[in-house]
Design a protein around this ligand. Sequence first.
Ligand code: NDP
Length: 266
Amino acid sequence: MLTSDVENFPGYPTGIGGPEMMIHMREQAERFGLEVQDKNVEKVDFSERPFRVWVEGEEHRSEAVIICTGAEAIWLGVEGEDAQKGRGISTCATCDGAFFREQEVIVVGGGDSAMEEATFLTRFASKVTIVHRHDVFKASKVMYERAVNHPKIEIKTHRKIKSWLSNDEGLSGAVLEDPRDGSEEEISCTGAFIAIGHKPMTGFLQGELEMDGSGYILHSEHTMTSVPGVFAAGDVVDTRYRQAITAAGMGCEAAMDAEKWLEDQH
Ligand code: NDP
């Protein structure tokens, strides 16, 4: 939902916007009778069947559940960040980039997200500085080169954000630290975007399913979790591929596994 340009989903030769692709997927599924409720799940009880799922106070019961809650952005947690969260500092350029028209912004990270955010922000910002903690980039070659060759983008390597600086008007800059020798420098910016990865959205599942040390759900057999009848797909289990197409493919596998498992119960 929050990605700007999806360049690597098969069937879109000129790319597509993330939200637009999600609308297509939803409409396609609804054509086959899917009912969608845009609500938050608060807790679950998978100790016996039918399973119980509480959705904004309402209890739902089900013989099978597929969890596809994905992963959310990680923050840096440095001094000055909390005061600027959702103001000068964001984790979503697609959502907030337009607020920084003709301003100087920072993007933190060295992966595809950082490259994508930085490239997207050049539509609005007068200058974009990518700050990365060393000089090896996880980003794919094509996305790194698009960013590095952009005239509005500067890349600062071997730099960590030590703290954020603010004034009465909001974010005003950052103190950067070189982890090799501890030297510091100040950089001015009125916007910053953190793109350093994600954590799985599994807080509401604590104790119900087996997970790894980072909270990603573990599969026990194909897409089934440690609880028979509960399946999981997409970024909530995937620490390796994390692409829209791999999540969609795994979603298909989970639907087929759930259908077969339900049939086998009768
Ligand atoms: P990645 O894990 O690939 O990259 C995270 C980056 O953040 C790394 O450079 C990492 O540095 C840095 N980092 C992590 N923690 C910190 C920290 N505390 N302080 C400073 N820097 C930090 O995550 P992404 O979100 O970029 O990408 C996830 C997956 O999604 C990838 O597979 C990517 O290919 C995919 N993706 C694809 C896109 C597309 O094709 N349109 C767009 C966006 C993502 P270090 O290198 O030191 O670990």
